[in-house]
Structure formats: C-alpha cells, structure tokens
Design a protein around this ligand. Sequence first.
Ligand code: FAD
Length: 401
Amino acid sequence: KVHHRVVVIGGGAAGLGIAARVLHAGITDVAIVEPSDKHYYQPFWTFVGGGVVSREQSVKPMADLIPKGATWIRDAAAEFDPANNSLKTQGGKEISYDYLVVCPGLQIDWDKIPGVKEAVGKDGVCSNYSYDTVNTTWENIRNFKGGNAVFTFPPPPIKCAGAPQKIMYLAEDHFRKHGLRDKSRIIFYCATPTIFSVPKYAISLMEQVVKPRHIEVHFKHNLVELRPASKEAVFKNLDTGDTIVQPYDMIHVVPPMSAPDFLKKSPLGNEGGWVDVSKDTLQHVRYPNVFGIGDASSLPTSKTAAAIRAQSPVLAANLLSVMNGGQPVAKYDGYTSCPLITGYGKLILAEFDYDLKPQETFPFDQGKERYSMYLLKRYIIPAIYWKGLLKGYQWPHPGKA
Ligand code: FAD
C-alpha cells in the first residue's frame, strides 16, 4: 500500500494541469494515476478528420507530459473507498491519499447502438471520436463521389457538443470545392431540439451556415441502429417514437457517451455516475477532501478543454485553501467555449457560461464566421493547451474565475 498527499486520477487535459498547479504551490508529494502511455489533444481530431493536420500531431508520450516532481502510477483506478481515503487500481495496488482529484474523462459507449462498434472505420462509417477511427473520416470525405453524407449527434452529455457539426461543415465545404455539392445531400440527425444550446450562436449557425448551404437538419432524432450491409441508418424521432431508415454513402457517427463505469458504481458518483461536485467550488458534495474536474465531473456545462481552462485555477485555489485549513472560496461560473469551425478558414467562436450567456473574449461579434478565429483555433489554442493548460499556467479568459 502506498500513500500520497495528493492523488490525481487521469493524466488528461484536466489532470496534468492540476498536478502541475499543486506542484507549483510547493506541495511535493503528488501522484498521477494514469494507465495510458500517450496523451491525446482531442480538439485536433476535427482537423484530422477534415484533412488539415495529421493524427500524429494530436498525440504526445505521457512520459514527456507528466509534470516534473509528480509520481506517475501507470495503472487505472478501479474502486474508490472515500470513507477511508483510499482506492484500488486495476493492477491490484492500494493507494491512500490526503486529497484526491478525480478526472478520468468520460466513456465512449460504442456498443450501445447495434451495428456501430463492428462497422466504425469501414465501408463509409467513420468517427472523429477516437484516435483509432479518426483517419477514416478524412478517407471518406476525400473519396466521396456524391450521394448521402449523414452526420449524427446523440443525446448529450457528450464531449465538445460542437464537434459533430464541425466535421459536417468541413465535409460540405470540401464537397463544394470539389464540384460534388450538386450530387450530394448533407443530412444532420441531431438529438437536441436546436443546433446549439446558446441562442445567439444557434441563430448564427442556422442563418450563416445551415440554411445558405442547404444542409438538411432533423432535430430530436437519435441513431438507434446501423445496418452496414445495406448501408442504412435507423433514427428514432424522440417526440413521436417513429423511426426513419436513412440510406447513406458515408456516415459520421458520434457515439453515445457516459460516465466511466468504475465511477458509476463508486460512492463518488451522482445518479448518472459523474463525480458529484459543487458547481461553484468543484469540491465533492459529500467528501470535502475530494475534488472533480473536466469531462468526468457533474459540472452542468459543456464538456470541453476550454472549460477546464477556467475550472483549473478554481479547483487549485480551493484545494490549496482546504489543505491549509481554509474554506473553498473561489467560484467557477460555468465558462466554456466551442470553436465552431464552419468551413476551411471559417470559424464562429462560441464562449458562454452556466446561464448560456455569451462571455466573449474579443471586442467584435464572435457570432460571425471569421478567418482570424480559424487561425486562433488552428495555431494559438493548441499552443495554449500544450504550454499553458497542461503546464498549470494561467491564461487569460473572460470567466470570472
Ligand atoms: P481526457 O482529456 O479525456 O483525459 C482523461 C484521462 O484519464 C486519459 O488520459 C485517460 O487515459 C485517463 N483515464 C481513463 N480511465 C482512467 C482510470 N480508470 N484511471 C486513471 N486514469 C484514467 N475541447 C475544446 O475545448 N475545444 C474543442 O474544439 C474540442 N474539440 C473536440 C473534438 C473531439 C472530436 C473530441 C473527442 C473532443 C473535443 N474537445 C474539445 C473536448 C476535450 O478534448 C475534452 O473535453 C477534454 O480532453 C477533457 O479533459 P479530461 O481531462 O476531463 O479528459
């Protein structure tokens, strides 16, 4: 059995930065439990699927990113016993802690929709939602000869709610530029009732992108079955329960997502399995020495790395305060952002808070498609991610954190 003062579960966008921040504050005994030897910059996968960057540009060895001074426990957390400040790993290790930060990301449920798991990556079925399948998206877009290009969006919560439509806009732009647009239909089956949760950006997307580019949208429709042999997708109307059988030539599938199974059955999860934290302070609602952040948390905001950028300083401040015998006083306002790529060289930068109120960084209307914002997403935000977020440094954002 080993003991560490602070144990962080997950070396993803959230965990690495939190560990670095705690080390910066002079706490020396910090461990990160992380099974993977690679770290993925998932926001790049939209660009990989669109043929803008290579898949290799999204990955770095975990060993190069674990902050200096942290102990890397290369194993997966399996069971939590927060009443005794201890946990077990899949490899059978027992780890105890004074303080715990839980951020293992979310789980992709490929097997929840019949036909998807076997088909993804083959015969016109692709997905940006994993490193293994992301290259097949660009293969499909590049080799498309016309016909039905279908895109899906499952019931939330999912990570990066913009990603299912960003890849559709890139595909549409590519088909248009290659003289295929007249021969193709672009069809979006979206489980939500609107194209985006924030009214300002929903209007922008519908008026500037969806309508003028003749994208067909079916709201409140959910993929319930894939029939790869006949190249058909079955969607259920979430209002009436009726089903539609949609033939496809290519389909970009966004799988359903949920809290990781080991959290669902742990005392740390809420009824959905998400780490049950205060939406203001990120402290666990039942165990004051436990904190949660990122995709695995119950925070009722859109699950993005950009949100973690605003959550990180709040969590670090509150954790350090509690470690010093104080109260968690820093507050997170729900800030999140979604860089909505609307074509090659075009982007609407959505930024908003818990109240779905825009919280824009720039002094111009971010609801308009802009080349400058595309360059920001392509070049500046990745640098902020690798050099700022993962290293535990603060970067300006409009959130009040
Ligand atoms: P992750 O970064 O997923 O990391 C979780 C870590 O926990 C992983 O390293 C994993 O190996 C580890 N882990 C898993 N299980 C265990 C276990 N049992 N024990 C210990 N460790 C474990 N965000 C944006 O801000 N902007 C975007 O444009 C954007 N686009 C996206 C596009 C796509 C296609 C996808 C898939 C995501 C996108 N995101 C975007 C979302 C962003 O990548 C995530 O919100 C972010 O990575 C979440 O960080 P996290 O640390 O919570 O989880």
